[in-house]
Design a protein around this ligand. Sequence first.
Ligand code: BEZ
Length: 218
Amino acid sequence: MDTNLNLAEGSRNLRIGDTAPDFEARSTIGPVKLSNFRERWLILFSHPADFTPVCTTEFVELARQAGEFEKRDCALMALSVDSLFSHFAWLRMIRDRFEIEVRFPIVEDPTLVIGRAFGMVAPQDNDSATVRTTFFIDPSGVIRAMTCYPASMGRSIPEMLRMLDALQAIDARDALAPANWQPGEPLLKPPTQDLDEVFGAGDETAWFLRETGKGKGK
Ligand code: BEZ
């Protein structure tokens, strides 16, 4: 299948706020088109290779937590350079060995055209492996956060869920999430741009460090 539908040639440095480049590709659940996932949150993430130890632990844990992403109306989509049939064989091994079925799509990207368009591969890198890049894409198709881990380090699935919760709470309440924020904890109000509010605030920090209502509970 031609994966190169709307992808500009070469590698891009995508940033927060960019619209995720659209693509269509074969996956373990059939052909997928990124833009068809609009209206929901989407976590698109790359892994270096099938049948590798750290990737296997990530996929087992993501499959175990799939219901948590579903509860948050968030689809998962994985991607690597491996072929569709490698993905199938790996998922079968995971099912047999770990008794869990990975049901979210894993895209094949044998030419790295998608990986390069998303900056998941260094432009000068001839190694086919993508690093562990994760894109949090909102229901309008905009990249809202991204993380990049080395091949040698597995992602934290609770942290992926926390980031998703924070992004959703921020949007729902037009607020900010402080350091170490967890669902159910207070959010922060955006800083005021009104001098009267600055002078009228009760104490010296209240004008710029103000809590607002609590985010979504656990
Ligand atoms: C891993 O997932 O275990 C892995 C992938 C690529 C290189 C090294 C380790």
